[in-house]
Design a protein around this ligand. Structure first.
Ligand SMILES: Cc1cc2nc3c(=O)[nH]c(=O)nc-3n(C[C@H](O)[C@H](O)[C@H](O)COP(=O)(O)O)c2cc1C
Length: 432
């Protein structure tokens, strides 16, 4: 294999260079008393850890109230019910599935974003762009356009519309007949008739590249129609997923009450982390495959360096994570860059472009793929004789003298035994 001396981790998104393909997803700081200056200190840690880009999250029009200016959380809590809650969900008693977050209001006003920009600018390397997020609690395209002009004047490199935010939808236990003015975030992102005029107005209002964040609520194939129309309008990139809109499980040992810490009800909520990863791969692959003229910014469920490579192989230009740095710490950024360097040397990829999208050539509809006429064959050297493979509904496998026996005429090579077997003892081989 060719030995690579120089590894280039840089990538470009909508024509903007990034020194590395991974950074932190936008996150409203969930603590309204957190001033812009303090946010800049946090974001500097992301830069020092090797982030490829920085986000200014959810900038809304308007001005802070006196309480917000005074950063008095007690007054804010009383007057605006600004709350976020995290909930740990475990699967099979071990793996953490993700997190749930709920809030009733969002407010990163322009003065906050200005303060943040002023304080972060001196620390920004030239190849660490700033993505500024625009969010208006209103479907009026004109309001989005005017607000975008102001956000663009902050000196950001990319504009992103936060049109997947589930927070607004959390305020409606039945959102069937909402008036358009109540539709913002996810409710707008899943309503193309509202979203597309907004995208058009925003693209016309700025010279910066504009992207938007898909809501997983759009679903397939509506997602593809939406992206197709937005590409015609001039959108340059898509962020693959916001969080799932969700209902958290009730507490079965306490009469079905909610499980959030310090929250009285089981509120409508949202899920991030590993629960999102496969939805992210779906959007990354399908958007990249069908719309090569725009870039895909993969976000949702990325919690390890391998996930970054997987997303890039499915066509992503860059990747973002939030749960990854919550569960793995900010150092996940450093670890990922180091891991990528080693991985790329091992695979003889000198630059990100060398493996970007290479998985897409293998992406096919199941009706176009060739299924081999194989049969399951247990490796009896590996098999521990636990019998699990014969305990499900497979008609072909039975235990005989403590070992699995496959009756070939009933085996369709469905690979269920592979899924069940704790020691991966099953192979699939051509039928004799
Ligand atoms: C506390 C919190 C605040 C968030 N704030 C924003 C935000 O302001 N804008 C946005 O687009 N997404 C926001 N998100 C969503 C994340 O950017 C990301 O899309 C989501 O967590 C899924 O990615 P993950 O699986 O890597 O966590 C927020 C998520 C959390 C948990």
């Amino acid at each position: 294999m060719e030995k690579i001396s120089e590894i280039d981790l840089s990538t470009t998104l909508a024509g903007v260079k990034m020194r590395s393909p991974l950074g932190v997803s936008p996150h409203n700081l969930d603590k309204p008393w957190f001033p812009g200056k303090k946010a800049a200190e946090l974001f500097k840690k992301y830069i020092d850890a090797g982030a490829g880009f920085i986000y200014i999250p959810a900038i809304v029009p308007g001005k802070p109230s006196q309480a917000e200016k005074n950063l008095d959380f007690a007054t804010l809590f009383g007057s605006q019910q600004y709350v976020g809650r995290w909930l740990k969900i475990k699967v099979d008693g071990k793996s953490v599935l993700g997190h749930i977050y709920t809030a009733k209001n969002l407010f990163n006003f322009l003065p906050w974003a200005e303060e943040l920009m002023q304080n972060i600018k001196p620390h920004l390397p030239p190849d660490v762009p700033v993505v500024a997020q625009v969010l208006v609690h209103d479907p009026d395209p004109e309001k989005w356009a005017r607000h975008t002009e102001k956000v663009a004047s902050l000196g950001a490199d990319l504009i992103e519309l936060n049109t997947g935010c589930p927070v607004g939808a959390m305020g409606h236990i039945d959102a069937r007949n909402l008036p358009p003015e109540a539709k913002w975030g996810m409710l707008m992102g899943a309503a193309p008739e509202i979203l597309l005029p907004v995208l058009k107005a925003v693209v016309e209002a700025t010279n910066l590249p504009v992207g938007f964040k898909l809501s997983p609520e759009v679903g397939y194939p509506k997602m593809l129609h939406l992206v197709e129309e937005s590409v015609k309008i001039g959108i340059r990139y898509i962020v693959t997923t916001h969080k799932y809109f969700a209902v958290a499980p009730p507490d079965i040992w306490h009469h079905g009450v909610g499980k959030f810490p310090a929250l009285e009800a089981n509120c409508l909520a949202d899920f991030g982390g590993s629960a999102l990863r496969f939805s992210m791969y779906k959007a990354t692959a399908l958007v990249s495959k069908h719309f090569p003229q725009i870039d895909t910014f993969a976000g949702g469920g990325i919690v390890s360096p391998e996930h970054v490579v997987e997303a890039i192989m499915l066509g992503a230009s860059a990747c973002q994570t939030l749960t990854g740095i919550v569960s793995g710490g900010i150092k996940l950024l450093t670890r990922t860059n180091e891991w990528l360097d080693k991985y790329m040397r091992k695979c003889s990829y000198a630059k990100i472009e060398d493996f970007k999208g290479i998985g897409l050539q293998h992406l096919r509809a199941s009706t176009e793929a060739q299924f081999y006429y194989y049969v399951a064959q247990p490796d009896l050297g590996l098999c521990t004789g636990c019998g699990k493979c014969a305990e499900s509904y497979c008609p072909a496998i039975s235990m005989q003298k403590g070992k699995p026996v496959v009756e070939a005429r009933y085996c369709s090579c469905c690979a269920m035994c592979n899924f069940i077997c704790p020691v991966d003892a099953f192979n699939y081989v051509p039928r004799s």
